[in-house]
Design a protein around this ligand. Sequence first.
Ligand code: EPZ
Length: 445
Amino acid sequence: MEKIVISGGKPLCGRVKVSGAKNASLPLMAASILSDEPLVLHNIPKLSDITLMAELLTHHGVHISYDAATQAYTFAALSIIDTTAPYEIVSKMRASIVVLGPMLARCGEATVSLPGGCAIGTRPVNMHIDGLRALGATVSIENGYIHAKAPKEGLVGTTIILPFATVTGTENILMAAVLARGQTIIKNAAKEPEVCDLAKCLVKMGAHVEGIGTDTLVISGRTHLNGATHHVIPDRIEAATYAIAGAITYGDIILEGVVFDDLLAFWDSLLKAGVTVEKVESENAAISSVTAHAEHRRDEATNFLQFGVGIRVPAEIKGVDIMTEPYPGFPTDAQAQFMALMTRCDGAAMITETVFENRFMHVSELCRMCANITIHNTSALVRGVDQLVGATVMATDLRASVSLVLAGLAAKGETTIQRVYHIDRGYERIEQKLQTCGAMIERVR
Ligand code: EPZ
């Protein structure tokens, strides 16, 4: 079993290129099912979750090719040969659930293994199922599988009010609605940047979607979608993770290729913690001294403004209370990482998790590194300590795992993180990216 070994205490200084967003790439890949024409995706990250989604799509009959020259993947769903998403794959990657909506829309039926829970919660999919039923599908649960079937004449648009702004629930319903007859209105829709990226790609494919970026999506169904070419947005959670890597080590790093406005609540919390983060509009802005600077460039291929963002901690880290919320609130996927930062704060911080019921698996492991954290229901009180101390710790889920890497970078001595397969699900070449900033980190077999 692979491990990551870190010798902590070194300030990180250097540049980190942010990869494509995992949580945008996965539904975008599934969207290829909607059309018999090729979907070309640029900036797909090299992650184990991406590999699993490719395995699932291949199982369904999607032909996947990679062009090394452009580093783009082409997904061609000329015909779907199997409408079942098997337990063997879905159980390894919950996000497989996002094939349900497009499969039902394209083929009139879909059988998808219930994804089951994971370390952070029971993760039900009732809202996905209720939304598809509202579009006219009959959906039953048998032997651990979701069996969905559209009416003979196809799905029919309607108004759907989501009880919670579920991200993949919104994505599943959206991808079903784009081929439904008539108009669908999704109220209380998730508006995470990843959901918006999917919606923008669907529009490129010929879908008619209004209200992108708001909590109300209005879709006018089409009978057919075309192929398209799309550039996946940068991974804002990866960017947040490396921002904290710079802050927790009192370093000075530049994040390259960040959509700054996708993380406003996060930057706000970093600023309150005393971290200097600046975005400079002008192309030729002189890079300020070591503290904070941002260079930005508009990448014509992507048509969104990407920034370099400088991170530096000029003095001590202040305690900042945070509460996770659906976008545009503080992202739950950055909660564990921010908690790692707060273990070093001068004071205390209350961290409240409102999205998942069990997303404090990192607390016990951080405490083994001499952090001082106590859990009170859905909140964790973090009292800053002078020094974290390296230890052998266990990863349990993707973001909890990376918070242990961050703590290890700051800790005195050596930290060994086991079960690093969790990290590889969401972080491309993590040790290489950190090594380029001077981290003493290596992967050992
Ligand atoms: C997506 O998961 C992300 N995954 C998660 O990222 C992220 O943490 C989450 O959204 C919240 O932002 C992908 O996009 C692939 P939800 P998702 O449906 O869609 C409850 C990571 O680390 N709920 O928005 O599964 C649910 O239990 C991963 O990259 C229902 O009760 O999250 C949870 O408490 C982890 N019934 C809350 O809603 C439903 O039908 C939010 O879940 C659906 C959700």
